[in-house]
Design a protein around this ligand. Structure first.
Ligand code: 9G3
Length: 568
């Protein structure tokens, strides 16, 4: 493609509202433009990369026996009312009405649509399993769109849905999709991990996330330094036994701790090890207050708490609610002599505390020598703390480290969560109507583009992996007024295209410096420059991945390019 004929609006300056490298570079290199918050246009170079990413995804979906469809973005509200999601999704769901005042959602995902599509036709186990997927635009009114394509309000997703008459068939498809995702992210050249994303029970297969490792990732991954264990920190389970000291139990005693609020204050003021302190938090769980205990050096994981209590809604009680309930401020709350009926949930580590310290439910006072069971009752001990770096890996092999990740893919077992309420059933061998067992499998395609850009760049710009680059070769004619240079550049342009290379030919009337800077910014794998030595039939070649520069005779260009690209 001649650069004078395409649209690549490069920018010298870094836009002020782009705060991560990939977002800055995709803007500066003329790949994307923002229309409004969280809404982007993909310009020609980005569109070509998207197409290559999608090709890898389609090939792997084909191998996983998934068939492509394209579903509408306009989804009638009735479908979402069948599953109850019309009401339990709030402002994140884009809603609109048509000319007849009928309600619609702009699709954030397609469980309802695909299930309603199949229930009209798939009514026998003989027609299952079936796996359908699409690559389509999704809409989610994110409260804080940011990081460019990483968290947009309109984005491209590959979403697949599988339908089964047995759990075994679903499990088989789930493993097949997990392998397909591993193949996809490997072929895309991304540094990624498949992590447990739910329950975290080792070997549990209810859901996995595929994370690209990146410092700017919003998710934290807990992984073992010696085994393949990896889990989203929200879900990583703690599997640890705590040593209970055999020191004699001392008498409980209330002490004055004027102005001491935090665990650190108490550790210093009372000169006690943090492992002997008990942190007490009051949570509102659905519509009741629950007191939650963890050791002072740990943090309560509200996702685990929610799962342990099988609650819909879990949030920290406000200062006012705490004062109303206990007559003191949050820094003085403790588990001793709570009002009757207030449940106490404690993390396992609390059970091993001996002669500990906790709040006295009285401002500026704490209790020392407090012992669980003797001095306060615990309704349930649960794993409700965040795992920490240095903890033993839950699978018993190695120690936990943290890494930050960008979630690129997420696969789920849905069971009958959608087919049941939507009465989507198939007759089983005994002629009984059973709701489909379903799985769903997503990849953030536009997010993948951003993750690749985030992983492949340097101080001069983007550095696309060869098989994802928008073009294979950047052909640059230095001076378009020099007939010899233009002649040789034109000749090479035709020759390379006849060898089926995708060539971006910089034929613009621009200074050489501008052309080279743009070329480094855009980041194609190879730049062939036709300049002063055109009269000798010599071109300069620069490889973007390592900056190496060489000179080739024009006659050897195709053969040497071939050997470069064959080193995939
Ligand atoms: C909504 C809105 C946002 C949402 C959802 C629904 C996330 C929603 C979860 C999924 C699960 C999988 C199939 C492809 C892979 C992901 N955000 N999710 O259901 F109404 Cl506004 O989308 N769906």
């Amino acid at each position: 493609m001649k650069q004078s004929r395409t649209f690549i609006p490069t920018m010298k300056e870094t836009p002020s509202d782009a705060d991560i490298r990939s977002h800055q570079l995709l803007l500066r290199a003329g790949f994307i433009r923002q229309n409004t918050a969280g809404v982007y246009s993909f310009l020609p170079l980005a569109k070509r990369v998207l197409t290559k990413i999608e090709t890898v995804i389609r090939e792997e979906m084909e191998k996983a026996e998934a068939v492509e469809v394209l579903m509408p973005a306009l989804q009638q509200a009735e479908l979402w009312k069948e599953t109850g999601r019309w009401d339990n999704y709030g402002s994140e769901l884009f809603r609109l009405t048509d000319r007849h005042n009928r309600e619609f959602a702009l699709g954030p995902t397609h469980e309802e649509v695909i299930t309603s599509l199949l229930r009209d036709d798939i009514n026998s186990y003989k027609k299952l399993p079936l796996t359908l997927y699409q690559i389509q635009t999704k809409f989610r009114d994110e409260a804080r769109p940011r990081f460019g394509l990483l968290r947009g309000r309109e984005f491209i997703m590959k979403d697949a849905y599988s339908f089964h008459s047995t759990d075994e068939s679903l499990e088989e498809k789930y493993q097949q999709m997990k392998q397909a995702y591993t193949n996809i992210f490997t072929r895309l050249g991304l540094n990624f991990r498949a992590v447990l994303a739910d329950g975290g029970s080792i070997g549990g297969t209810d859901t996995h996330e595929f994370m690209a490792l990146s410092e700017i990732g919003e998710d934290t991954i807990a992984f073992s330094d010696e085994s393949s264990y990896a889990a989203n920190i929200e879900r990583a389970e703690v599997n640890q036994t705590y040593e209970k000291s055999d020191e004699a139990l001392l008498d409980m005693e209330k002490v004055e701790t004027p102005g001491q609020k935090t665990i650190e204050d108490i550790v210093t003021f009372l000169n006690v090890p943090v492992e002997k302190t008990i942190k007490t938090l009051v949570f509102k769980v659905d519509d009741e207050f629950v007191t939650v205990l963890c050791r002072g050096d740990h943090e309560v994981n509200d996702i685990k708490l929610k799962n342990a209590l099988d609650a819909e809604e879990v949030s920290l009680a406000t200062e006012a609610e705490v004062f109303e309930l206990l007559g003191c401020h949050t820094g003085s709350v403790g588990p001793v002599q709570l009002p009757v009926g207030v449940k106490v949930i404690a993390d396992h580590a609390v059970e091993a505390v001996v002669n500990g310290v906790c709040g006295a439910n009285e401002d500026d006072h704490h209790i020392i020598h407090v012992n669980p069971e003797r001095d306060f009752a615990v309704d349930r001990y649960e794993d409700i703390r965040f795992i920490q770096e240095g903890d033993p890996s839950p699978d018993g092999v190695g120690t936990i480290q943290f890494a930050r990740g960008i979630e690129l893919g997420h696969i789920f077992k849905l069971g009958t969560d959608y087919s049941e309420p939507m009465k989507a059933t198939a007759l089983d061998q005994n002629g009984r109507a059973q709701p489909y067992k379903m799985g769903c499998y997503g990849i953030g395609v536009s997010r993948v583009l951003s993750a690749v850009a985030e992983q492949f760049n340097d101080e001069n710009g983007l550095k696309w992996p060869r098989h994802l680059a928008p073009y294979d070769v950047h052909l640059v004619a230095v001076n378009m007024k020099n007939e010899e240079q233009v002649a040789l550049a034109d000749e090479l342009y035709d020759l390379l295209q006849s060898y089926r290379y995708d060539v971006l030919y910089d034929d613009r009337q621009e200074r050489a410096g501008v052309k080279f800077a743009d070329s480094d910014l855009i980041g194609l794998p190879v730049r062939i420059t036709v300049g002063k030595k055109a009269s000798e039939g010599i071109v300069e070649v620069k490889f973007r991945h390592n900056g190496e520069q060489v000179e080739w005779q024009k006659e050897e260009v195709t053969e040497k390019l071939q050997s470069f690209f064959s080193k995939q």
